[in-house]
Design a protein around this ligand. Sequence first.
Ligand code: NI
Length: 210
Amino acid sequence: MSKRTLPVLGKQATFKIALAFLPVALTVALVVGLLQMRSSNGLPPIGGIGGPFKLVDQRGKTVTDKDYLGKPTLVFFGFTFCPDVCPTTLYELTTQLKDLGSAADRLNILFITVDPERDTPEQLALYLSSFDPRITGLSGTSAEIASVMQEYRAFAKKVPLEGGGYTMDHSASIYMMNAKGQFVGLMNYQEPETTMRAKLKRLLDDGATS
Ligand code: NI
């Protein structure tokens, strides 16, 4: 009886295979390197999110997207009757803005209501008085709000409450727009404070060079 040899790869074969994959490995390394270089030269804009709008701020002034060009902008959708996501986010933003100090003056922060029925400019003014005064509240007609939400691909849904009234389910991310009004990335809900700070700093640096 002869012993059958198992098809175990010899050292030489292993080396040949490694050699065959070398170009792939080098290409991957090159691409990763290029992407890192690119990202260190400012945040690349991502198409398809954001667009023109006409709304009313909490002082009753009609504003458009053009009023916020020239500075980077944070855009956040929510509503003043929100029990958790909105107050948490606005509180976190207020903390960040306080830490940034006067550097935060080079930033627009827009809180756009998804509940224009209840969030009149007066209601927004009252609600936002608890947070950093640099946060702007925006409202509008139902059609104007639906339009801006569609442009930002933001989500909101009315949910009836037991015993009457309603709440809103809504998307919780913060959109980061550069000084040209181009979308460059998101901050997620309850992102760690240090990550949020790093993203804000990068957005501000980006605004300074564009
Ligand atoms: Ni909310």
